[in-house]
Write a protein that binds this ligand. Structure first.
Ligand code: PLP
Length: 375
């Protein structure tokens, strides 16, 4: 055999030092391990425990006899349904194999080694990956302190002040993962008004359906005023389709046209297209998920606070909880009991765990295990 090449040296310089996205524990093997011990309690990935609309299953079934055919390459029917739901034109929608794919495309197309990408300190982990993969310089802006009214939330004043002539892209999730915190619509529009029009702003609304605060509405309504605004959405959370991988962005058609050449052919599969369309059409199911989540979010946060824990305000389907110096031991003890929550070490928040809000029985099981572990 000839010598094995130094693959790292062959890779693009920007990729050589890049760490992969951490998806958490090996869930399939843990499901087998805890199958006879009450089952695994999966609270680590902000999935929707109520599942998708029943009409999704009907739609998928109807698609099964066409699996030997490629899907619609442009996803026209789904784009039309999304455009109608938002009152926008179809040309303003791009679909992705999850919104993660679209975040990577934005980095690939718009960001290069001379550019800065502006991020809030506790931002979603994919933004630094997308920016670094493109060779850009990351500029992290400090978030609000832990004792602020919006603890660890985005400080939009500081972010606006950190814009330089090299800033190309600003990414922020609203509400934010992993903190659960949010900026209201008036703060966001005041911020956008301070961003030069040649700087792209990605507002990632992966959790927007879960919001109950009327002061926070979707940024889609701001797009007519700010053509540099890109809004990202996903079917992975409130629509309960994480396993199918489908998300979208809403942006100017001229911007989306530049993503087209790097988009993988048929990037959204046939089952995902039909499922997302069915999910979007079932507003009653979405409402039911959102109402149940809001009630469980409040009662779980209350129960955790009554145990003496600091729980950050959240408008999402997860809670960020401060456990202090014993965080890692607590996470490990929960793990041994088949309760999976997300450690935050990778986010620089080693004293916190992120916990998905689940169904009422699941939340009760979490609380019972947590009480046992803490005592
Ligand atoms: C803020 C945020 N954006 C995007 C995503 C990615 O979602 P998708 O499943 O659509 O790739 C997630 C997933 O957790 C998220 O939390």
């Amino acid at each position: 055999m000839s010598a094995v090449p130094d693959f790292k040296a062959l890779a693009n310089p920007a990729i050589r030092t890049l760490a992969a996205y951490d998806p958490g524990h090996d869930i399939p093997s843990l499901r087998r391990r805890f199958a006879d011990a009450g089952g695994l309690l999966e609270l680590g990935s902000n999935e929707n425990p109520f599942g998708p609309s029943p009409s999704v299953l009907t739609a998928i079934n109807a698609e099964l006899d066409r699996l030997h055919r490629y899907p619609d390459p442009s996803g026209k029917a789904l784009k039309q349904a999304i455009a109608q739901a938002h009152g926008t034109a179809m040309a303003q929608i791009a679909l992705g194999n999850g919104s993660h794919e679209l975040l990577m495309q934005l980095g690939q197309v718009f960001v290069g080694p001379d550019d800065e990408v502006l991020l809030s300190r506790y931002c979603f982990a994919v933004y630094p990956i997308a920016a670094k993969a493109a060779g850009a310089k990351l500029v992290f802006v400090d978030a609000f302190p832990a004792d602020h009214a919006m603890p660890l939330g985005h400080d939009l004043e500081a972010m606006a002040a950190a814009i330089t002539p090299r800033t190309k892209l600003i990414c922020l999730a609203n509400p934010n993962n992993p903190t659960g915190t949010w900026c209201d619509s008036s703060q966001l529009s005041a911020f956008l008004a301070r961003v030069p029009s040649h700087v792209l702003v990605l507002v990632d609304e992966a959790y927007i359906e879960y919001v109950s605060d009327p002061a926070l509405r979707s940024a889609v309504e701001l797009r007519t005023r700010f053509p540099n605004l890109i809004v990202a959405r996903t079917f992975s959370k409130a629509y309960g389709l994480a396993g199918l991988r489908v998300g979208y962005i809403i942006a100017e058609p001229a911007l989306l046209a530049l993503l087209e050449p790097v988009r993988e052919s048929f990037n959204v599969n046939a089952l995902a297209l039909t499922a997302a369309q069915a999910a979007l059409a079932d507003d009653a199911h979405l409402r039911s998920v959102v109402v149940q989540n809001a009630a469980e979010r409040e009662s779980l946060a209350g129960a955790l606070r009554s145990m003496g824990l600091q729980v950050l305000p959240s408008q999402t389907n997860f809670l960020l909880v401060h456990f202090g110096a014993k965080t890692s031991a607590i996470e490990q003890a929960l793990f041994e009991r088949g309760v999976i929550v997300r450690p935050m070490v990778g986010y620089g928040l080693a004293d916190y765990l992120r916990i998905t809000v689940a169904t009422h029985p699941e939340n009760q099981r979490l609380l019972a295990n947590l009480k046992a572990v803490l005592s």
